[in-house]
Structures are given as structure tokens and as C-alpha cells.
Design a binder for this molecule. Structure first.
Ligand SMILES: C[S@@+](CC[C@H](N)C(=O)[O-])C[C@H]1O[C@@H](n2cnc3c(N)ncnc32)[C@H](O)[C@@H]1O
Length: 331
């Protein structure tokens, strides 16, 4: 992309479409199928899975819109908890083709931070650099995550869909190093039971290192979910591309990307009073909300009797803060 545009989902899509146009027909679909098989296999690996430009272009076209939306969701929640905070520097660890960096550039679009993307896969960095050209400034640098990782000091560190690919020891080293180097750390993982477990382990480490949880939790105490019974996760709607339709079939124009996350900070924040942790159920004249609050897990039934709050409950989405800000103190 040459023209300067903002780091929106649409400009990301346009940049990805331009890259895919350069690949032979069906090459991307084949590469995606191979990568999906690979990602289902045993990870972590000891060498980059994204080996060449076709692999990377396929991964990017297939996954970037979804990881972008997931990270946007996490960043929105962080921004709601710390509305006046703006990162000036950002490091995207295991940043690959830069989905989380696009999300950061859009979240703080008025003054995007100076970003450094670190990854061990040179083809991913090269494509990321190409996609972001003219959209946001970043340094793309080859770096291996491991015990020797040394991160530059940064206001914000993002780690998006990376922990799953690391050994336990490398995961521990990465979270410790992120906690040392950053004022705010945002970690996003797939919204699966094991993704949630990795998030909870990282959350505990960040709290032990002196961080406060900004989101999604309303507090920095223990997670009230009994291990093995459930998992905290959220959902981001992503429009499906023609590549998705080719690989997965189906006709829905969108997919819901499930993700788990933690955003933790070293500065004062106002976490959500409670958070909607399931898709709200709308019944005749009432909305059922499943919530995580300071007292743990709970339910709220909002009926027409609650007046304006009822309308807000009907508009509430999975992942939102509850009650909406203007209603605080009115209940
Ligand atoms: C699933 S991709 C996620 C990429 C990007 N963060 C996103 O959200 O789309 C995982 C990334 O982690 C990188 N990675 C995995 N293990 C790594 C390691 N030990 N050192 C550096 N990068 C690593 C991979 O090369 C890949 O780019």
C-alpha cells in the first residue's frame, strides 16, 4: 500500500487483498490448509512455522483480520479503564505480520505510538513491513523469544496469539520480561479452555510483579471460575473474506473470533464495575446478563421496570462493562 491510510479493519483488508492478488490461484487456499493442519499438530515448534512468503501471505489473509479484531476488543477494554492514558512506545512481541500493531495504531489513531515488532520469522516481518507501509511507522526486528529475550522499555507490550506457541519456560520468561519492560501489558490468546489457562497463569505473574488488572476482570483478586468448570472468553465479529469461504465453505458473511485476554498496568485504572461474560439472553420484556463482578460470578435480570437501563441491557454485548457508566450509582 502506498497511499497513507488509517490502520482500520478496512485498510488492513485492502492491504491483504493486494498481497493475495500476487499469488497464483489456489496457492493461498493450499497454504492455509497446510498451516491449519500444522497449527492443530503439536506446538511449540523449534523453528518458525511460517516459512516463506506464500505461507505468510496465506496466514495473514486468513488470520490477521480476526486477531486484529480480538486485540481491538482487548484494547477497547483497556482504554475504557484508562481513558487518559496514551502509549508513546509499543513493542509487539511475536508480532508476526503485525495484526496487534494495526490494532494499537487504530486504538490510539490520534497519536499512534512508536512500534517495534519482534518475531523470529523473517518472512512474517517482511510482509508485515509491506502491509503497514504508509499506514503506521514501525521497526520490524528479528528476535527469538526465550530466556535471553531482552525487551526495550516501552509503555505498552502486546503479546497476541503467541503464548500457545512457546514452551512453558519461554512463556514464563516472556511474561517476566514484559512485566519488567512495560507500563501496560496486553496478552491475547484463543478463547479456548487452554488459552484461558495460559491467560490466567500470565495474569497471576503480572499481578505478582506489581501490576493491576485493567480488564477484563473487575478486580485483581483470584479469578472466581473454578478450574476445569468453565473458561472466561469473549467474541469479536469478523467479516469473512473470499479466502475464508474458499477454505471453510459456508455462506455466513462473518465469523465470531473467540478470544481470552488480560490487560494489566502499572498505573491507576478504573476497571469495569462488572463485565458481561456471556452473550446476553434477550427474553420477552427482560434481559438476562451473566456477569463477573467484585463479588464473583453472578446474574442480573433487567426488565422493562428498570426504565432506561432496560434499553441499555438490550444493547449490552458480551464483553461490555456493566452497568453502563452513566447508570453507576443509580441502581
Ligand atoms: C499465531 S502467530 C501470531 C502473530 C501475531 N501476533 C498475530 O496476532 O497475528 C505466532 C507468532 O509467534 C511467532 N513465534 C513463535 N515462537 C516464537 C519464538 N520462540 N520467538 C519469536 N517468535 C516466535 C511466530 O513466528 C508467529 O509470527
Amino acid at each position: 500500500m502506498n497511499a497513507v491510510s488509517s490502520a482500520s479493519a478496512d485498510s488492513l483488508r485492502a492491504a491483504l487483498a493486494a498481497v493475495l492478488d500476487g499469488l497464483p490461484p489456489n496457492r493461498a487456499a493450499q497454504a492455509v490448509e497446510r498451516l491449519i493442519a500444522n497449527y492443530r499438530g503439536t506446538t511449540p515448534t523449534d523453528a518458525p512455522v511460517l516459512r516463506d512468503r506464500s505461507d505468510v501471505a496465506a496466514y495473514a489473509a486468513y488470520r490477521m483480520p480476526a486477531t486484529f479484531e480480538a486485540v481491538r476488543g482487548a484494547l477497547d477494554a483497556l482504554r475504557a479503564a484508562a481513558p487518559d492514558w496514551e502509549p508513546r512506545t509499543h513493542t509487539d512481541v511475536g508480532g508476526g505480520t503485525g495484526a496487534a500493531s494495526w490494532a494499537v495504531a487504530e486504538a490510539w489513531e490520534e497519536a499512534p505510538p512508536r512500534t517495534t515488532v519482534l518475531d523470529w520469522a523473517e518472512p512474517a516481518l517482511a510482509l508485515g513491513r509491506e502491509l503497514a507501509a504508509g499506514v503506521f511507522d514501525a521497526e520490524w526486528r528479528r528476535e527469538r523469544i526465550g530466556a535471553a529475550l531482552s525487551l526495550p522499555e516501552a509503555d505498552l507490550v502486546t503479546v497476541s496469539y503467541v503464548l500457545k506457541e512457546l514452551t512453558e519456560a519461554d512463556r514464563t520468561a516472556l511474561v517476566a520480561e514484559a512485566a519488567r519492560a512495560a507500563q501496560a501489558v496486553v496478552i491475547v490468546e484463543p478463547g479456548t479452555p487452554d488459552g484461558y489457562e495460559r491467560i490466567i497463569a500470565a495474569r497471576t505473574r503480572l499481578i505478582d510483579a506489581g501490576f493491576t488488572v485493567a480488564a477484563p476482570c473487575p478486580h485483581s483478586g483470584a479469578c472466581p471460575i473454578v478450574p476445569g468448570t468453565d473458561w472466561c472468553h469473549f467474541s469479536a465479529r469478523v467479516s469473512r473474506s473470499s479466502l475464508h469461504r474458499k477454505v471453510k465453505g459456508g455462506s455466513l458473511p462473518y465469523e465470531d473470533e473467540k478470544f481470552a485476554y488480560v490487560a494489566a498496568v502499572r498505573f491507576p485504572v478504573t476497571p469495569a464495575p462488572s463485565r458481561v461474560i456471556r452473550r446476553p439472553q434477550i427474553r420477552k420484556g427482560q434481559v438476562l446478563l451473566e456477569l463477573c463482578g467484585p463479588e464473583g460470578l453472578g446474574r442480573d435480570t433487567v426488565t422493562k421496570r428498570h426504565g432506561p437501563l432496560y434499553k441499555q441491557a438490550r444493547d449490552a454485548e458480551w464483553g461490555d462493562s456493566w452497568p453502563p457508566e452513566e447508570e453507576l450509582g443509580d441502581r
